[in-house]
Design a protein around this ligand. Structure first.
Ligand code: NI
Length: 173
């Protein structure tokens, strides 16, 4: 397992805007990618990561919503699809490892039903609400090349990208 570089909007916007392709088969190579993604996410640290964020345009997501010192609860989603969304929306102040240090409120369906293949390649269908619903929708957006800042006004989005760019410059200086 190894920690990979996480792409950010200031340097890698073109890759992050790319649409990811479905995975044909859950095999050991894919599990090795998922292991690296999980380690990269824990290292950051973050609660969700899509493969495109490490530059791999495949429909793969890792997530762990366990808080603080609670035991780890890694989850893996291959070819995830949302098959139902509630009409009720819920706001959440979102952040993203590809848009570091920026947090803005986004409204999304409060509950969703999703289908995916797990780490073993078994088909799973389940309902998500609360933070799980927010996070899985945010991560599935990444597979379509959509970032949470795309939901903000153009002014706020440009300001966010400028802030990330400035932080990267200050760090390099
Ligand atoms: Ni993100």
């Amino acid at each position: 397992m190894s920690v990979r570089r996480i792409l950010t909007v200031d340097q890698d916007l073109k890759v992050l805007k790319q649409k990811s392709a479905p995975v044909a088969r859950v095999d050991d190579d894919l599990r090795a990618l998922m292991d690296d993604m999980l380690e990269t996410m824990y290292d950051a640290p973050g609660i969700g990561l899509a493969a495109i964020q490490v530059g791999v345009p495949k429909r793969v997501i890792v997530m762990d919503l366990a808080r603080g010192d609670a035991p780890k609860e890694p989850r893996f989603f291959v070819n995830p699809e949302i098959v139902w969304t509630s009409e009720e929306l819920a706001p959440y102040e979102e952040g993203c490892l590809s848009v570091p240090e920026i947090y803005e409120e986004v409204q999304r369906p409060a509950t969703v039903r999703l289908r995916y293949l797990n780490y073993q390649g078994d088909a799973v269908e389940e309902e998500a609400d609360g933070l799980f619903a927010t996070c899985i929708q945010h991560e599935i957006d990444h597979l379509e090349g959509v970032l949470f800042i795309d939901y903000l006004s153009r002014l706020k989005r440009n300001r966010a990208v400028a802030k990330v760019r400035k932080a990267a410059r200050d760090e390099a200086a």
